[in-house]
Write a protein that binds this ligand. Structure first.
Ligand code: SF4
Length: 205
């Protein structure tokens, strides 16, 4: 991505009250997050292969934070309870399926917990994305989430909607549908409640 595009992206998010920071590596993002969040905070985690890659949850727990990550649950009931607690955590950290240079954050969700927390609840939200998630427009962000993120995420999670075989969205109503909620964040009331941490590496779907 060229320098002018990144400047445009930053400008377009900043005018929508969303902060943007750039990092060279995932490890540097992790170190920054572990220094940034005050120690007595509660931290919710929205599922993200990027965050899993850097073992963020276990590092937060080791440092003494109270962490709500459904991946720590032993069954579905406990998982739902953890997802609810994460909705009112002080901080929420997750990834995103696509961000656009024109200033939008686009996600699809199976149950809706992640997009809910991004929208409202936690005081601060950090969204970590690899450079492969950047597209130019909202339209292309939606195309990306439906045709790239959904099939790959469905496969990872063991679901089998039609896009897994077809590698494209056919707007299914399958019981295996993984994109029940489509969320577009176009701005924030509270300045810098959401921070986008963009990493100069390819990561996640
Ligand atoms: S609507 Fe169905 S086919 Fe389209 S992305 Fe979602 S799960 Fe896949």
């Amino acid at each position: 991505m060229d320098k002018n595009s990144l400047l445009d992206l930053t400008h377009n998010f900043n005018k929508r009250n969303i902060e943007v920071k750039f990092f060279e590596t995932l490890d540097s993002v992790k170190s920054y997050i572990l220094e940034l969040i005050p120690l007595n905070s509660t931290v919710g985690i929205g599922h993200s292969t990027t965050l899993e890659k850097i073992s963020l949850t276990s590092s937060l727990i080791e440092k003494g934070y109270t962490v709500y990550d459904k991946e720590l649950s032993k069954d579905k009931i406990e998982g739902t309870s953890i997802k609810k607690k994460a909705l009112t955590s002080d901080w929420y950290i997750t990834g995103s399926n696509a961000i656009s240079i024109d200033g939008r954050i686009v996600n699809v969700d199976h149950s809706g917990n992640r997009v809910s927390a991004i929208s409202f609840g936690p005081d601060k939200v950090i969204i970590v994305v690899g450079k492969n998630k950047i597209v130019d427009t909202l339209e292309n962000a939606i195309k990306r989430v439906k045709n790239i993120s959904c099939p790959l995420n469905a496969k990872r999670a063991g679901y089998n909607p039609p896009c897994v075989e077809l590698n494209k969205c056919v707007d299914c109503t399958s019981k295996e549908r993984v994109c029940n909620i489509l969320s577009i964040v176009e701005g924030q009331i509270d300045k810098n409640r959401i921070s986008l941490f963009i990493v100069n590496e390819e990561s996640g779907f």
